[in-house]
Write a protein that binds this ligand. Structure first.
Ligand code: SF4
Length: 793
C-alpha cells in the first residue's frame, strides 16, 4: 500500500463550556452537561428537528458550493414531475400533487455538492501526490470540487495524470482481455447509477463473461430482499406512499429518518396529526422522531413542532429479534385468553402457512430470555403489543439498524410474522416498508445488477441479445473483497460510489484494492477509494444527475426507481463542469466496444445515441417494464408490479410464510461493549457534507464514541476522555483484533453496554468475516469492542 488508509486524526483537547453551539436555539435542549474540545464540541441534542434551522443550513450549503443562481436553477427542478431526481435517498415523491420545494435539507446538500462550482483539475493532481492525498480526511477529499478530466495513475507513479478517453478505454480493455478468466474482473455499482446505465453495465459484464456484479445493496438491504422474497414472494416493500394516510400504526425500526430519509418526517407528521400511533424501535431516541417542524410550514417555525412517535422502545443493539418475538408471544397469549382479540384468524387460515409451528416454537421461548436479550421491559412489550393488537392497518418500516445485524434475515422475518398475525399485508394502509438508502439502489437491482440474477432474467438476456450469459453466481461485495485480497480478482471497476469507505474492514479492503492490477472508478468527485488504488488506476469523470446530458440525438433523460417501486424520469439541466465528461451509459458503451470488439452482439453506439433505445430493450427483458418509454413519461412514472401488495404471495407454496427462528445471544465479557456505526446529519452514505451532527448535539468533529453515562461511571471514564477502540471477532476459534485510535468519549442516552461511532471512521473495526447469516451483509450494527485510554493522549 502507498500510505495510511484512514484520515488524519483529530487532536482533542478538553474544554468545558456552558454556551450552546452557534445557532442552536431551535427548540429547547435535553439535559446533559455541555462539553467542548478544541476539535469537537458536544452539547445536548435539540428537542425538535428541521424548522427554520434546516432552511438556514440548506441555504448555507447552497451559497458555499454552487452559489445562489446555479443552486436555485437546480433546486427549482428537484423532485418535480419533469425535473431531476434527488441523488440522495430513495424516499418517494408524491404521485399526484407536488409543491415547488419538494425536498429536504439533506437533498439540498446533495444537490449543492454535485452542482458546486469548485473544480478538481489535472493541476490539482500535479500538486498533490497519492501519498499526501491519503492523509487527508474524506471530508477534505470530497470538497476539492468536480473532477474535470479522465486521469491515470501509472504503475510506480505517485501522481494521477490526464489521459485521453480512448487511451483509458484501451488500457481497461487490455487488462480485461489479458485475464485468465472473466471471473477475475469485478464490476461494482453504487446506488446512484441510472436504470439505463445499470442495464447496459450488467449486459456488458455478462457479455464479457462474468456475474461478478456486486452492488451497494450487498452492504445495506440485501437482508431485506432475501427475507421478504422467502416469506411473501417479493424482495421489496409492499406499501405505496399513499398507504401512510389510512395507516393507524407505523413502526419505525432501526431507522433514523430525520437524517437519512428526511422527507419521510413530513409523511409521519401528517400521520401523527390525524392520530396514527408511531412507534420508534431503535437504540437511540433520535430527534427526528421526537418532534418535527416542517420547513415549509413557516407559521410554525417558532412553535413547539409536532410530536411524532408516541412510543420509544430503546431496544439493545441486536435485541430486535427478541423484542419482536416478545410482541408476537404477548399477542398469542392474549389471543389464547380472548380468542379474536389478537390475531386475524381468517387471514392466517387463508393466506399463510406455518402458523402452528410458529405458535408452538414461540410458546417455548422464555420471557426471561426475551427481556434480557431485547433490553426491553415486559411492561413495555405488553404496551406495544396492545398498540399492535388494536391496529386495523399497520405499516412496518426499517433500515440498516436491522439489516446489518448478524440475525438480520431472521429479524425481518419475525417482523413479517407480526404483520401476518394481524393480516397487515396486501391491503390499503398496511404492509412492509424497507426504506432504501441511495436514490436508485432498488432500480439497479431491478435492471440486473446482482451477482445472482434468476435464471429467468438470464434466459431473457439470451433470447433478446443472442448470447449465452454466464450462469455461475458471482461475488457479492464481501466475496469480491476477499477475492481481491487472495489475488483471485485482478481488475476492479466501480460504477460510482466510494468503495473503500462504504466497505467493512478498511485496512483489509485497502489491501484488497491495492493488490489489483487495475482499479477504475467512474466518479464525479475525489474520494478515498481513488487514493488507495491498484497497481494502476483510472478515474473516469462522469456527468452527475443534475448535469445536462446531450447525446447524438439531443438531450437525454434517465430513469430511476424509488423505494416504493415507482419508475420515473430524471432530467439534468445544468451546464456540466467540463466538456471532458461522459455520461455513465456512454462510458459503458465505450468500455464494451473497446473490450468486446467483434465478440459483442450489441450495437452500443446506436444505443447511447438515444437512451429511449436502451429503454426499449429494458422493456423486453425486465418484467414489469413493458412499454417503458411511453409509461415512464406519464406524470410521475409507473409502479412496478408487486404481487404481495395485491395480497398475492408468489412463494413456493403460494402463501405467506410464518418462520421459526431462535434467539442467539451475543455474549460480552465484562469489559466489552456492542458497537453500532451511524451517520451524522452532515453526511449521506460515504459523502461527508460537513463536520456537525446537529441532531445529536455534536459539532466540529466525527471521531466520537457515544456511551451510556452509567457505563462511563462504572468504567471510570470521563466525558471527553480520549479512548482507543479494539474490536474482537472470533474467526474459527481464533480471536481477531482490530484497532482504531483516538475517539472522544461522549455520554449519550444509549442502552447499557451499547456504544455508537460514525462510519466510515469506525469501519476499520468491522471484521470482514462478520456478516449477517445468509445475506452476507457486514454486521456494522453489532461489533464487539473494548476500550483503553488513548496511548497518544
Ligand atoms: S428525502 Fe431523500 S430524496 Fe427527498 S430530498 Fe431528502 S434526501 Fe432527497
Amino acid at each position: 500500500m502507498r500510505g495510511p488508509v484512514g484520515e488524519a486524526k483529530s487532536e482533542p483537547h478538553l474544554r468545558v463550556t456552558e454556551e450552546e453551539p452557534e445557532g442552536s436555539s431551535d427548540g429547547e435542549t435535553r439535559a446533559h452537561p455541555p462539553l467542548e474540545t478544541d476539535a469537537i464540541r458536544v452539547t445536548s441534542p435539540p428537542r425538535v428537528a428541521a424548522g427554520l434551522k434546516s432552511v438556514l443550513k440548506a441555504a448555507e450549503f447552497v451559497l458555499k458550493e454552487p452559489g445562489l443562481v446555479r443552486g436555485a436553477a437546480a433546486l427549482i427542478r428537484l423532485n418535480q414531475f419533469d425535473g431531476v431526481d434527488c441523488p440522495g435517498c430513495a424516499w418517494p415523491d408524491p404521485d399526484h400533487d407536488r409543491s415547488l420545494n419538494e425536498y429536504c435539507e439533506n437533498g439540498v446538500k446533495a444537490i449543492a455538492e454535485e452542482a458546486t462550482t469548485k473544480r478538481c483539475t489535472p493541476d490539482f493532481f500535479r500538486s498533490w501526490s497519492i501519498s499526501e492525498l491519503c492523509k487527508q480526511s474524506d471530508y477534505w477529499l470530497g470538497h476539492q470540487g468536480r473532477l474535470t478530466h479522465p486521469l491515470v495513475l501509472r504503475a510506480g507513479s505517485d501522481h494521477y495524470e490526464p489521459i485521453p478517453w480512448d487511451d483509458a478505454f484501451a488500457l481497461i480493455a487490455a487488462e480485461l482481455n489479458s485475464l485468465a478468466s472473466p471471473d477475475q474482473a469485478i464490476f461494482y455499482t453504487s446506488g446512484r447509477t441510472s436504470n439505463e446505465a445499470a442495464f447496459l453495465y450488467q449486459l456488458f459484464a455478462r457479455q464479457f463473461g462474468t456475474n461478478n456484479l456486486p452492488d451497494c445493496s450487498n452492504l445495506c438491504h440485501e437482508s431485506s430482499g432475501l427475507a421478504l422474497r422467502e416469506v411473501i414472494g417479493v424482495g421489496k416493500g409492499t406499501v405505496k406512499l399513499e398507504d401512510f394516510d389510512p395507516a393507524d400504526t407505523i413502526l419505525i425500526v432501526g431507522q433514523n429518518p430525520g437524517t437519512n430519509h428526511p422527507r419521510m418526517l413530513a409523511t409521519l407528521q401528517r400521520a401523527a396529526r390525524r392520530g396514527a400511533t408511531i412507534v420508534s424501535i431503535n437504540p437511540l431516541a433520535e430527534v427526528g422522531l421526537t418532534r418535527f417542524k416542517h420547513p415549509k410550514d413557516v407559521l410554525h417555525w417558532f412553535g413547539p413542532g409536532t410530536a411524532i412517535a408516541k412510543h420509544f422502545v430503546q431496544v439493545r443493539l441486536s435485541g430486535d429479534l427478541a423484542f419482536f418475538k416478545g410482541l408476537c408471544k404477548e399477542i398469542l397469549e392474549e389471543e389464547a385468553k380472548q380468542p379474536g382479540k389478537g390475531i386475524n384468524r381468517p387471514f392466517i387460515d387463508q393466506k399463510t402457512i406455518g402458523f402452528a409451528d410458529f405458535q408452538a416454537a414461540l410458546s417455548a421461548v422464555s420471557w426471561d430470555d426475551i427481556v434480557e436479550q431485547s433490553g426491553v421491559s415486559r411492561s413495555q412489550i405488553r404496551e406495544i403489543a396492545g398498540v399492535v393488537m388494536r391496529s386495523k392497518a399497520m405499516i412496518a418500516c426499517w433500515a440498516m439498524g436491522l439489516t446489518q445485524q448478524r440475525h438480520a434475515v431472521a429479524t425481518i422475518q419475525e417482523i413479517v410474522n407480526l404483520m401476518l398475525l394481524g393480516g397487515h399485508i396486501g391491503r390499503p394502509g398496511a404492509g412492509v416498508c424497507p426504506v432504501r438508502g441511495h436514490s436508485n439502489v432498488q432500480g439497479d437491482r431491478t435492471m440486473g445488477i446482482w451477482e445472482r440474477m434468476p435464471e429467468s432474467f438470464l434466459n431473457k438476456l439470451r433470447d433478446v441479445f443472442g448470447f449465452e450469459p454466464p450462469r455461475k453466481h458471482g461475488w457479492d461485495v464481501v466475496g469480491s473483497i476477499k477475492a481481491m485480497h487472495r489475488g483471485d480478482a485482478k481488475v476492479f471497476f466501480a460504477m460510482g460510489g466510494n468503495f473503500l469507505s462504504a466497505s467493512p474492514d478498511t485496512e483489509f479492503t485497502a489491501q484488497a484494492l491495492s493488490s489489483c492490477n487495475l482499479t477504475v472508478h467512474v466518479s464525479t468527485k475525489l474520494n478515498r477509494a481513488h487514493v488507495n488504488p491498484g497497481k494502476q488506476a483510472l478515474i473516469l469523470p462522469c456527468l452527475g444527475r443534475t448535469d445536462l446530458d446531450v447525446q447524438a440525438t439531443g438531450p437525454q433523460f434517465v430513469t430511476v426507481e424509488n423505494s416504493m417501486g415507482v419508475v420515473h424520469t430524471s432530467r439534468g439541466s445544468l451546464q456540466p463542469p467540463s466538456d471532458q465528461l461522459l455520461s455513465e451509459p456512454a462510458i459503458v458503451a465505450h468500455l464494451a466496444i473497446a473490450t468486446l470488439q467483434s465478440r459483442t452482439t450489441v450495437n452500443w453506439t446506436h444505443l447511447v445515441e438515444d437512451y429511449s433505445r436502451i429503454r426499449d430493450l429494458i422493456a423486453r427483458v425486465v418484467p414489469g417494464c413493458e412499454d417503458m418509454n411511453r409509461r415512464v413519461q406519464s406524470k410521475g412514472g409507473f409502479y412496478l408490479p408487486n404481487a404481495a401488495r395485491d395480497d398475492d404471495y408468489r412463494t413456493k407454496t403460494g402463501k405467506a410464510h410464518f418462520v421459526v427462528s431462535t434467539i442467539e445471544p451475543i455474549h460480552l465479557k465484562p469489559n466489552q461493549f456492542l458497537m453500532t456505526t451511524l451517520r451524522t446529519h452532515d453526511q449521506y452514505n460515504t459523502t461527508v457534507y460537513g463536520l456537525d451532527d446537529r441532531y445529536r448535539g455534536i459539532f466540529h468533529g466525527r471521531r466520537v464514541v457515544l456511551i451510556n453515562p452509567d457505563d462511563m461511571r462504572e468504567q471510570g471514564w470521563r466525558a471527553g476522555e480520549c479512548v482507543d477502540i479494539t474490536s474482537h471477532f472470533c474467526n474459527n476459534g481464533t480471536e481477531e483484533l482490530r484497532y482504531a485510535p483516538r475517539f472522544v468519549a461522549v455520554p449519550y442516552a444509549i442502552p447499557r453496554r451499547c456504544v455508537a461511532t460514525y462510519f466510515p471512521e469506525a469501519n476499520v473495526l468491522v471484521p470482514i468475516g462478520s456478516v449477517a447469516a445468509r445475506s452476507n451483509t457486514p454486521t456494522s450494527k453489532a461489533v464487539i469492542v473494548s476500550f483503553a485510554p488513548s496511548v497518544d493522549a
